[in-house]
Design a protein. Structure first.
Length: 392
């Protein structure tokens, strides 16, 4: 069903890096969400009024809030499509995140309203109606929401959309909510036990938690999040795949929307090479990164002088010491400057974020001490960096 809808409503659906294709996916996701949730709202509202059940009615209004969320997402997707202008040179892609943030507050408000209503039902329980047809309708609703969750998850993964992934998580939460409502109605019909207000409270809490989850997911890219490890590897391998690039480090990625990324990276090159040739290679990498990956890439050249005959030996010694001290620490920009009476080692180390400044200083002192034991002519000039990659 998902592939049928994609093929019918998304032109050039395989070109997921193109802004217009991403927008078409967003419109499809929002349109399907609006239709399904409005249908479920009307059915559940009528059923809730018929049964006099606050848990069913709150579930219905939750679906209405989901429909409103889809409408806001649709507006956000369309606004994010607007091209760059003089006031917004990187485009309007972050409007998608802002739309999702608005949705999260709407969802939280709905949950809070029905929590208060459910509390009233707990204090003053009312008789419920029961019909087997109501269980069938609610069970059908669970099936629709489960399909909608899988639908949004699949589209979200395909185009890398946090809004769709949040919508999928919200739909899965609705599956649990409606399942709880089914339990409430079934218990009253079969055993005469009225837990409608209690289930309404659980539904409200689930709705509020879903809203908080959406807010957290959408605030990350707005505040500035760590680089996704897969994107880090993709850019690093892309740059290092060109002739003349000896290595890379210090990759930074700034997201201006799901389809607009700006990045900078340090590329190590041979200091003895022709600067004109190296500059031509760098220009080519930047141009082809935009064409092939959709990334506006700026490359800083780091000339590397590896003429010292013992360069490999010194680097291997430092790497071995780092592995002994803390296997999480990495090394880059390693240079050896040999004088008449001393050997100076220049390099940067990348330490984990949880490592405190004083701990990093201890690592530097220990490296200096152990290298002095290896050769008392050694002096180290060490710069401490921290990784921008998620999960490191």
């Amino acid at each position: 069903m998902t592939e049928l809808l994609v093929r019918k409503f998304v032109k050039d659906y395989n070109q997921v890096k193109r802004a217009k294709v991403r927008t078409a996916y967003g419109v499809l996701s929002s349109g399907v969400g609006i239709f399904c949730n409005l249908l479920l709202f009307l059915v559940k509202l009528l059923l809730g009024l018929f049964l006099n059940s606050i848990s069913v009615i709150s579930d219905a209004v939750n679906n209405l809030s989901d429909a409103a969320s889809s409408i806001i997402s649709l507006v956000g997707v369309k606004m994010a499509e607007r091209p760059a202008d003089k006031d917004h040179p990187f485009g309007h892609g972050r409007m998608e995140y802002i739309a999702a943030l608005i949705v999260s507050f709407l969802v939280i408000e709905v949950g809070w309203t029905f929590m208060k209503t459910s509390f009233g039902k707990l204090r003053n329980p009312e008789a419920l109606g029961f019909h087997v047809l109501s269980l069938a309708i609610l069970s059908l609703s669970i099936g629709v929401k489960l399909w909608l969750a899988l639908f949004n998850k699949k589209l979200g993964k395909r185009i890398g959309s946090k809004v769709m992934e949040a919508a999928a998580a919200d739909s899965l939460g609705d599956v649990l909510v409606t399942s709880a409502t089914v339990v409430s109605v079934a218990l009253y019909g079969l055993l005469g036990i009225n837990i409608d207000g209690f289930i309404g409270m659980l539904v409200s809490v689930a709705v509020i938690l879903a809203g908080i989850g959406i807010a957290k997911d959408t605030l990350k890219p707005l505040i500035g999040e760590a680089i996704d490890p897969s994107l880090y590897r993709r850019i690093k391998e892309f740059v290092e795949g060109y002739r003349g690039i000896l290595g890379t480090h210090d990759l930074l990625v700034h997201s201006y929307g799901p389809s607009t990324n700006m990045a900078s990276i340090h590329a190590e090159v041979d200091a003895r090479g022709s600067m004109e040739e190296i500059h031509e290679i760098i220009d080519r990498i930047e141009r082809e990164a935009k064409e092939q990956m959709g990334v506006l890439l700026v490359i800083h050249m780091d000339p590397m002088e590896n003429e010292d005959p013992d360069w490999e030996e010194w680097k291997g010694e430092v790497l071995g010491l780092l592995d002994e001290l803390d296997g999480r620490i990495t090394l880059h920009d390693f240079r050896v400057v040999r004088g008449r009476e001393r050997i100076r080692l220049f390099f940067d180390i990348v330490v984990p974020y949880e490592m405190k400044e004083e701990e990093a200083e201890e690592v530097k002192k220990e490296l200096n001490r152990r290298l002095k034991c290896y050769d008392d002519r050694v002096e180290c000039v060490i710069t401490v960096d921290k990784s921008y990659v998620g999960g490191e």
